[in-house]
Design a protein around this ligand. Structure first.
Ligand code: C5P
Length: 226
């Protein structure tokens, strides 16, 4: 039987998180953001003085033994990531974490460590899971697969509009360059590279509103359910 997972993959700043959260809200199901899990590993390493972006693979991997990550259901029904018992919050979305996360995510041991945890979330019943390799590696048998893209300019513009996620002096150009560099690393790594699954529905949101993308996904899921 297919995993009851709505898999949403795509490059950086393609709108995945906003859209995945909306879908989960509409369907009343958990939303698991796997990018936050890679960010939490990176954040934890940085707080321990280990910079994964400086090729500190052995030290980064050694820290995993001291790290407990879990998505917990909060009072308002959404799922929030906890890192060693504390809400991860906005600390994992800072430019410092963003600058190192793709290098941490390219480490095979980090991916294997997170993969097991990510697959366990299927025990929650139907879920929305968002990332880079959900439809290809985490749940290749997901019931629904979507791959979101948008033009580099549209993505840079949207990311620039998200407070706290870019440096104070960021411009469209600098944000576009950061996104392009991360996409290059994420697509070219050996372990679970960013890739559209052959059976995923491609949605280019350059000319679409968030509501339109949400409607496309909800319509497909509801249609397939009937
Ligand atoms: O989604 P977000 O941009 O927050 O993800 C941060 C980083 O985490 C990505 O650039 C990528 O390196 C890594 N990632 C990954 N596989 C996933 C989700 C995120 O490698 N499934």
């Amino acid at each position: 039987m297919a995993a009851d997972v709505i898999a949403i993959d795509g490059p950086a700043a393609s709108g995945k998180s906003t859209i995945a959260a909306r879908i989960a809200g509409i369907l009343g199901i958990p939303y698991i953001n796997t990018g936050n899990m890679y960010r939490a590993v990176t954040f934890y390493a940085l707080t321990r003085g280990v910079k994964p972006c400086r090729d500190r693979q052995t030290e980064t991997v050694a820290l995993l033994d001291r790290l407990i990550l879990e998505y917990r259901r909060t009072d308002n029904g959404t799922y929030e990531l906890f890192l060693n018992g504390e809400a991860a919050g906005a600390a994992i979305r800072t430019p410092e974490v963003t600058a190192c996360v793709s290098q941490a995510a390219a480490m095979p041991e980090v991916r294997t460590w997170l993969l097991r945890q990510q697959r366990d979330y299927a025990n929650l019943g139907r879920i929305v899971m968002e990332g880079r390799d959900i439809g290809t590696v985490v749940f290749p048998d997901a019931a629904y697969k979507f791959f979101l893209t948008a033009s580099p300019e549209a993505r840079a513009r949207r990311r620039l509009g998200q407070a706290g996620e870019t440096p104070a002096d960021a411009t469209i150009r600098s944000v576009a360059a950061e996104i392009a560099a991360r996409d290059r690393l994420d697509s070219s790594r050996a372990a679970a590279p960013l890739r559209q699954a052959p059976d995923a529905v491609l949605i280019d949101s350059t000319e679409l509103t968030i509501d339109q993308v949400v409607d496309i996904i909800i319509a497909r899921v509801r249609h397939a359910d009937h």
